[in-house]
Design a protein around this ligand. Structure first.
Ligand SMILES: [Zn+2]
Length: 313
């Protein structure tokens, strides 16, 4: 610790980071190519204002928009053993983890929270595709079990938002073991008579589709989401045939009876509230039941305030 590290380095860093800001103000829609102003985009829950393409949204942003007044508290997830196989590909597994933690600011690929949505108490879990492809490892398994146990303890429904490239290969068979583990967790909810709602988001693939993401009492998907076990490219190469238009996309799956609903992200909250209140035998949500508009304002990422730090209204 000296003058250079304490004073000069931060100054230099701040000069460089300041220059990066204007580039981050705009996001290009991957579907229609429109340049979207970041403020406008986050107000629209990361849905393109031009073509309605649903861009990725982090679990924290989603929860801030979902829970009343953006207020929720995180459910603690038991830490699994780190790097049990001492796995290494081009990079060591712990190095990959550290890089993902640094770029996302999250500990792992799933966030579990409890709170109220339209005055309906719930437990929610959301998978983070930006964290190593949302891959399902031991932590994600622990997170789903923690969410289910919490829901059973509080007698609340569980709402799960899935997004994953599949199982985490760095954990080998231990990641595949999360498929039966999470299935047992879902069974716990069933035995307790509690609703389990799955919202599939783009993309939900591999072992996640083959376990907890397809076991919901009600299966909802965001528009255009790819939902599959093996991806279209793999299937095309295997059967050597051209696949139909929109194959394995949410709308195709809805048409073929794999899903119950395909719902726009902006309508998702209201729809979830209606479904949960209906299943819970509660009166339908009325305008008076919902918090005043000022309280539901979604905190933007620039505010840099974590929702759980805000005083409860
Ligand atoms: Zn677009």
């Amino acid at each position: 610790m000296n003058w250079i590290t304490n004073y000069v380095r931060p100054r230099i860093n701040s000069l460089f980071s300041r220059r990066e800001v204007p580039e981050n103000l705009w996001t290009k829609c991957p579907e229609c190519g429109t340049m979207l102003f970041h403020r406008e985009l986050s107000d629209n829950l990361n849905v393109c204002t031009n073509c309605d393409h649903h861009l990725a949204i982090t679990p924290r942003e989603r929860f801030a928009a979902l829970f009343d007044g953006g207020v929720f508290s995180e459910v603690k997830v038991p830490e699994p053993l780190a790097d049990p196989l001492q796995f290494r590909d081009q990079k060591k597994y712990p190095d990959r983890m550290r890089a993902a933690q640094k770029s996302t600011g999250e500990k792992e690929a799933m966030l579990v929270a409890e709170g109220e949505m339209g005055r309906t108490p719930i437990v929610a879990a959301a998978q983070d595709f930006s964290f190593m492809g949302g891959s399902m490892g031991m932590y994600v398994g622990n997170a789903i079990i923690a969410a289910a146990e919490r829901a059973v303890k509080l007698k609340r429904p569980l709402v799960l938002f899935s997004a994953a490239g599949g199982a985490r290969m760095q954990e080998g068979i231990l990641s595949l073991m999360q498929m039966p583990r999470t299935t047992v967790a879902v069974e716990m909810l069933r035995e307790a008579g509690l609703p389990y709602i799955v919202v599939l988001t783009h993309p939900t693939t591999g072992g996640v589709t083959a376990s907890y993401a397809m076991l919901g009492d009600i299966q909802i998907s965001e528009p255009g989401a790819l939902i599959c076990f093996a991806g279209p490219r793999v299937i095309e190469q295997t059967i050597r045939e051209k696949l139909p238009e929109g194959f394995q996309r949410a709308e195709y799956l809805l048409e073929h009876g794999m899903l119950d609903r395909v719902t726009h992200r902006m309508q998702l909250r209201d729809e979830l509230i209606s479904i949960l209140r209906m299943l819970g035998g509660m009166p339908a949500p009325t305008r008076a039941d919902l918090p005043a508009p000022a309280e539901t304002a979604v905190p933007s990422p620039e505010d840099n305030v974590k929702p759980e730090e805000k005083p409860a209204s």
